[in-house]
Write a protein that binds this ligand. Structure first.
Ligand SMILES: [Zn+2]
Length: 434
């Protein structure tokens, strides 16, 4: 397919036949805006390439700023390049309701991840303008900088700056693939390190944050639902595990005289994949990285180093899983005369979604004639960072075949529009919450 000829808008509009809406939400406008952003950083196979801090991410932001102004939002950029479009509301002294996402992408990403969250939040403000509705509380549409982190192997850079969680020394030590430092790269888009520290916001100014994001999984597709309510954001816990046995000759060592570290590790990996199911339906554990030493065809493996990624939406059940994985490793070690050691190398705590917010989203979903369905989020998103400091909610849109971070990433326009309707109802309900 010729990437210049492919029109995202045509593909979106082909299956869409529900333009009439009293709410002011317009599928056609959403399709046009998704299409416009999809042209910025278009790759040869119709994907998107807009790395954080690139001129392309900047261009996408500038395009959205123009639309924010059309929706009567007053727009400012903070020191980290986050864009905030604000509608004062009837009582501008109240804390704001904030919604948004990001417009940067992975190297050959799709056209919905992040972008849809920003445009959904903006569509609510635009619909209010078109129908003459003024919210009581201030409303802020936000574009966070560099969520994906593809350039410096990090991510969530903008949201961390806003909450004051940036590790400036760590950022300054980063170098991209082209050998350019963080400081040099951010200067391309007129940002400074000092600006990053100044981006920290008084978080009392924000009551709550809600993010629309594509699911990037198949649960909603399996349930045949356009959108779903996230009931918790799983925090990853990474465990480095070392099994040590004894390397030896593959020909001369009898089978009952071996201390094979890889055989022990294999039994362990098998159990790691079974254990989450013994706890609940939301926890997951994965071994995706393994190193065998000395890794020779005719040598009994003497040492195996592997990493376990363990996630759940609640700290207690995640801890239960971690404990079970550790005792499983210890049991295997005793049975096989291979030593077992473990160490935590990363630990982000799960972020709960308050049940009051889940209920409000469920009400909004029902009013749209959609069955409320609750699902965990395995990925963090900017909501995970803000969720450390304020109540957050997350609304997932059905992803076709669960594909994401790929040019084939797709959500039907009717699903996107129904999700925006739910978002709008939810934010209007939140006006009444004290
Ligand atoms: Zn995203």
């Amino acid at each position: 397919m010729d990437s210049k000829k492919w029109k995202m808008k045509d593909a979106l509009m082909r299956e869409f036949n529900q333009e009439k809406s009293d709410s002011g939400v317009s599928g056609k406008r959403l399709a046009e805006r998704l299409d416009t952003l999809s042209m910025i950083g278009r790759t040869s196979d119709n994907g998107s390439k807009r790395p954080g801090f690139s001129l392309l991410e900047y261009e996408a932001k500038r395009t959205v700023i123009k639309w924010m102004k059309e929706a009567d939002l007053s727009v400012r950029q903070d020191g980290a390049g986050n864009i905030i479009g604000r509608l004062e509301g009837e009582q501008s002294s109240l804390p704001a309701i904030m919604s948004g996402s990001h417009v940067d992408t992975v190297p050959n990403g799709g056209h919905f991840d992040g972008t849809l969250g920003v445009l959904s939040a903006l569509e609510v403000a635009q619909a209010w303008k078109d129908t003459g509705y003024l919210p009581k509380k201030p409303y802020e549409v936000v574009i966070f900088t560099d969520e994906e982190g593809s350039r410096f192997n990090g991510g969530l850079t903008g949201s961390e700056a806003l909450t004051g969680d940036s590790n400036i020394d760590d950022l300054l030590s980063k170098v991209d693939n082209e050998g350019r430092t963080f400081k040099e790269v951010i200067a391309d888009v007129s940002l400074t390190v000092e600006g990053f520290t100044q981006a920290k916001r008084d978080l009392n100014e924000i009551e709550t944050y809600i993010e629309v994001h594509i699911e990037q999984g198949k649960r909603l597709e399996n349930e045949d639902l356009p959108c779903g309510i996230v009931n918790g954001i799983a925090g990853p816990y990474w465990m480095k595990v070392t099994f040590k046995g004894l390397a030896g000759h593959a020909g001369n060592t009898p089978m009952n005289d071996r201390r094979d570290a890889l055989v022990a590790a294999s039994a362990f990996i098998q159990r790691v994949s079974e254990l989450p199911r013994t706890i609940n339906t939301t926890s997951v554990a994965t071994v995706g990285n393994i190193e065998v030493k000395p890794n020779g065809t005719n040598v009994i493996p003497g040492e195996v180093i592997l990493y376990v990624d363990i996630r759940d939406i609640e700290s207690e059940s995640r801890q239960e899983l971690i404990s079970k994985i550790i005792s499983c490793g210890e049991n295997i070690s005793q049975q096989s005369d291979v030593s077992f050691e473990y160490k935590c190398v990363h630990n982000s705590l799960p972020v709960p979604i308050p049940s009051a917010l889940q209920e409000k989203l469920a009400e909004a979903t029902k009013e749209e004639g959609i069955r409320p369905y609750f699902l965990p989020s395995g990925a963090g998103h900017d909501a995970m960072i803000l969720g450390r400091y304020m109540p957050v909610a997350l609304l997932f849109v059905r992803s076709r075949d669960g594909i994401s971070h790929n040019p084939d990433e797709w959500s039907d326009l009717s699903d996107c529009v129904q999700t925006v309707q739910v978002l709008k109802r939810y934010i209007e309900k939140m006006q009444e919450l004290q």
